[in-house]
Write a protein that binds this ligand. Structure first.
Ligand code: DGL
Length: 271
């Protein structure tokens, strides 16, 4: 079973793409809605919350975990991969979303100037910059945190003129830099995909994060066949949230094409 973790609902945009591309696996989605948003929290807190979520998902029987959350990928993944897993779960893996998005952009030779938008914690971590530079040190990178977008989307304001104005304000500094590509470094931003593309115009390539992450996960599993063991004819989809399941249903219904049968409210901490 593949565990998909997000601070809240946003990771459903990633799960939607995974279910489209590789539906043959069992998936367990965990949203830490009770403690979301993570985007304004400190590195220590984001690491602790993410580590607890990883423990929870492995305890529930996941063999591989994907951190669909950019903030968790930016602030916690590295430490989990290099320090926590080798000690506590040797032989198991946790993957993030930053590397696949970075590879798609940095390996495209036509792209010289890259923009990144994300939560405050993601942008402050500079995780995208570091990863992009590792692949192509010549890239020019411009980052912009866009902290108001998550609450506006969760409030259902994605089509309101106020949201479009705020989005424009966030994107304008990147547009002025004449970026060739924009990385949507947050689970929620694909919900504004059409507006973002319109503002950035056709000269700027905006990749769909879900599709890239799904391609990358498929590729990873092909290269690590031990995870294929879980391929099944009647794959399971399990949903857990640490907060209200009604709000979870409402968000899913509004924004993604993911069929959610039952959602269980759980406590992530063991203590
Ligand atoms: N899921 C988070 C991300 O992708 C956005 C919401 C939050 O701040 O928790 O960065």
């Amino acid at each position: 079973m593949i565990g998909v973790f997000d601070s809240g609902f946003g990771g459903l945009t990633v799960l939607e793409a995974l279910l489209k591309k590789i539906p043959q696996y069992d998936y367990l989605y965990l949203g830490d809605n009770a403690r979301a948003p993570y985007g304004g929290r400190s590195q220590e807190t984001i690491y602790e919350y993410t580590r607890e979520a990883v423990d929870f998902l492995f305890r529930e029987g996941c063999t591989l975990v994907v951190l669909a959350c950019n903030t968790a990928s930016a602030q916690a993944l590295r430490k989990i991969q290099t320090e926590y897993l080798p000690k506590k779960y040797p032989g198991r893996n946790v993957l993030g979303v930053i590397r696949p998005l970075v590879e798609a952009v940095a390996n495209n030779q036509k792209i010289k100037r890259v923009g990144v938008i994300g939560t405050r914690a993601t942008i402050e971590s500079q995780a995208y910059e570091h990863e992009l530079k590792k692949i192509n040190p010549n890239l020019e990178i411009f980052s912009q945190s866009a902290p108001l977008l998550v609450p506006l989307i969760e409030e259902g304001w994605q089509s309101k003129p106020e949201t479009k104005r705020i989005l424009k304000k966030y994107l304008q500094p990147l547009k002025i830099k004449q970026i060739d590509s924009l990385i949507l470094g947050c689970t929620h931003y694909p919900i504004l995909y059409a507006d973002i593309c319109r503002i950035m115009t056709r000269r700027c390539q905006v990749y769909h994060p879900g599709e890239i992450i799904a391609d990358s996960l498929k590729n990873y599993i092909d290269r690590h066949p031990k995870y294929k063991i879980n391929e099944s004819k009647n794959p399971q989809r399990i949903f857990f949230t640490s907060d209200s399941s009604r709000r979870f249903f409402d968000f899913a219904k509004k924004f993604v094409k993911v069929e959610i049968g039952d959602i269980r409210k759980i406590s992530i901490q063991t203590k």
